[in-house]
Design a protein around this ligand. Structure first.
Ligand code: UD1
Length: 403
C-alpha cells in the first residue's frame, strides 16, 4: 500500500456552531503539511462556507476571532425554510464538486449545511467524513436529528466524541471500521482560546454588547449572575410555548439570579413577533446582549454562576468549565454532559416547575469541571492522521464496498 502524494479535501461550514469545529481542523492540516514526510500525503484543503449564517456577528466575526482563513467559496445561501436552505445548498455545492472534485468532503456537526453537503458529496461519489458523528437526541422533531441521521448513514468515516456515540452508530449498523473515537474537536478550540478569554474584561463585554437603548449591566459581579441563550424552534417558534417560557424567566429566574440573555437573531425576531420584547426589556434582572464573540462567550461562561441554554455546544463548554447548566430541552444528543454521566447539566425542558427546582438545587452547586476521555485539545490532530492514513486506494475501495 502506498499513500498518494497529495490528498484533496473540501471542508464545509455553514452556521455558527461549525466555525469552532473547523478552525482546529484547518490548523492541524497546516501543521501536518509543515512536517510532511516521504510516503505521507500533502493535504490540499479548500474551505466552503454555505452562508447559512451571514450576519457579521454570527459569521465574519467568528472567522476573524478563530483565525479561520477566508473561505475559498461562499455559497451565499442565507435564510429560508429547511427545504429552501438544504435545496439551495445542494444545488450550489453540486456545482462546486463538479467543477473541482476532491478526494474527501469533511462536514461537521448537525446543521442544514452538514446534511445538504453530505448528500451532494455522496451522490457525486465523493468520500465523506463526519466530525461529531453518532450524537442522537432520539427526537425526530428536531431538524438537527434528521441532519445527523442522514449524514452519519452516508459517511465513510465517522469521527465520534465518546463511547455513547459509538454505540449509537453500531446499533444503527454502521461498520466498526468506519468509526473512530477521536474526542471533542470543540475542546481544541476552547483550550486554544481559554487564556485569551480569561484576560477579557467582563464589564467591557457587558457594555459593548448591550442591546440598543438598554443600560449596560456593569453592576454584575463574577459568580453572581446566570447566562441564558435560546434559539431552538421548540422553545421560541411557538407563541404559547415562548410566552410561557418568558414568564418563567422573568417571574421565577430573574428575581432569583440576574440573567444575562445573549440573544440569537431567531429569538430576537420571535420576541418582536409575539410582542414579548417589552416584557423582557422591562424586567430589571434581565440584561439583554446582542450575539457575542467566541472568546467573550467563554469569558461569560467562566464568570457566571449558572448557564441556562438550549444549545448543545454550550452544554459541552459548561462541562469543561464546570458551570452548572440547566438545559432547557427535554432531550439531549449529548448525554455525556448530563449529571448522571459525570457532567454538569440537567434537562428541564421549558417546564416552569422543573426549571424552578433545578434553580433551587442544581443552581446552588459549586463549579466542578468534567472532562470526558479525549476531550483534551488534540482531537484535530488525530482526525488529520486518520484522514491521511485512509487516503490510499486500497482503503478507499474497501470503504466503498462496505458502505
Ligand atoms: C442553526 C442550526 C442549529 C444551530 C444554530 C446555532 C440548523 C437546522 N439549525 O439554527 O443546529 O444550533 O444554527 O446558531 O441548521 N439569522 C440571521 N442572521 C444570521 C443567521 C440567521 O438573522 O446570520 C436569522 C434568519 O432570519 C433565520 C433565523 O435567524 O431565519 C434562523 O437561522 P437558521 O440558520 O435558519 O437556523 P438557526 O436557528 O440559527
Amino acid at each position: 500500500m502506498t499513500a498518494p502524494e497529495r490528498l484533496s479535501l473540501i471542508a464545509v461550514v455553514g452556521a455558527r456552531p461549525n466555525f469552532m469545529k473547523i478552525a482546529p481542523l484547518l490548523r492541524a492540516i497546516d501543521a501536518w503539511n509543515a512536517r510532511v514526510q516521504p510516503g505521507t500525503p500533502h493535504i490540499a484543503c479548500r474551505l466552503v462556507h454555505t452562508g447559512q449564517h451571514y450576519d457579521h456577528e454570527m459569521s465574519n466575526a467568528f472567522f476573524a476571532a478563530l483565525d479561520i482563513p477566508e473561505p475559498d467559496l461562499d455559497l451565499g445561501i442565507g435564510s429560508g425554510s429547511h427545504a429552501e436552505q438544504v435545496g439551495r445548498t445542494m444545488i450550489a455545492f453540486e456545482q462546486v464538486l463538479r467543477e473541482r472534485p476532491a478526494d474527501w468532503v469533511v462536514v461537521v456537526g448537525d446543521v442544514n449545511a452538514t446534511c445538504a453537503c453530505a448528500i451532494t458529496a455522496r451522490k457525486l461519489h465523493h468520500r465523506l467524513a463526519h466530525i461529531e458523528a453518532g450524537l442522537r437526541s432520539f427526537d425526530m422533531r428536531m431538524p438537527e436529528e434528521i441532519n445527523r441521521l442522514v449524514t452519519d448513514r452516508l459517511a465513510n468515516l465517522l469521527f465520534t466524541t465518546d463511547a455513547m456515540a459509538d454505540a449509537n452508530l453500531l446499533r444503527e449498523g454502521m461498520p466498526a471500521a468506519a468509526i473512530h473515537r477521536v474526542g471533542n474537536i470543540m475542546v481544541d478550540t476552547l483550550e486554544q482560546h481559554r487564556p485569551h478569554a480569561e484576560a477579557l474584561d467582563l464589564e467591557a463585554i457587558l457594555t459593548r454588547h448591550a442591546v440598543e437603548g438598554r443600560p449596560p449591566a456593569t453592576a454584575l459581579r463574577p459568580q453572581k449572575f446566570a447566562v441564558l441563550t435560546l434559539h431552538r424552534p421548540a422553545n421560541v417558534d411557538s407563541r404559547p410555548a415562548f410566552t410561557a417560557l418568558v414568564r418563567t424567566l422573568t417571574e421565577i429566574v430573574a428575581p432569583h439570579l440576574p440573567l444575562v440573555w445573549v440573544l440569537h437573531p431567531r429569538t430576537r425576531q420571535r420576541l418582536h413577533e409575539f410582542d414579548l420584547y417589552h416584557t423582557v426589556w422591562n424586567t430589571p434582572g434581565i440584561h439583554v446582549l446582542n450575539p457575542v464573540g467566541y472568546r467573550e462567550m467563554l469569558r461569560l461562561n467562566m464568570a457566571c454562576r449558572l448557564m441556562l441554554t438550549d444549545s448543545g455546544g454550550l452544554q459541552e463548554e459548561c462541562c469543561i468549565f464546570g458551570t452548572p447548566c440547566i438545559t432547557l430541552r427535554d432531550t439531549t444528543e449529548r448525554p455525556m454532559t448530563l449529571l448522571e454521566h459525570g457532567g454538569v447539566s440537567v434537562l428541564t425542558g421549558n417546564d416552569p416547575d422543573r426549571i424552578q427546582q433545578a434553580l433551587r438545587h442544581h443552581g446552588q452547586r459549586d463549579k466542578a469541571p468534567h472532562r470526558p476521555d479525549g476531550w483534551d485539545g488534540h482531537t484535530a490532530e488525530r482526525i488529520v492522521t486518520i484522514l491521511a492514513q485512509t487516503g490510499t486506494e486500497h482503503d478507499r475501495q474497501h470503504m466503498d464496498q462496505k458502505n
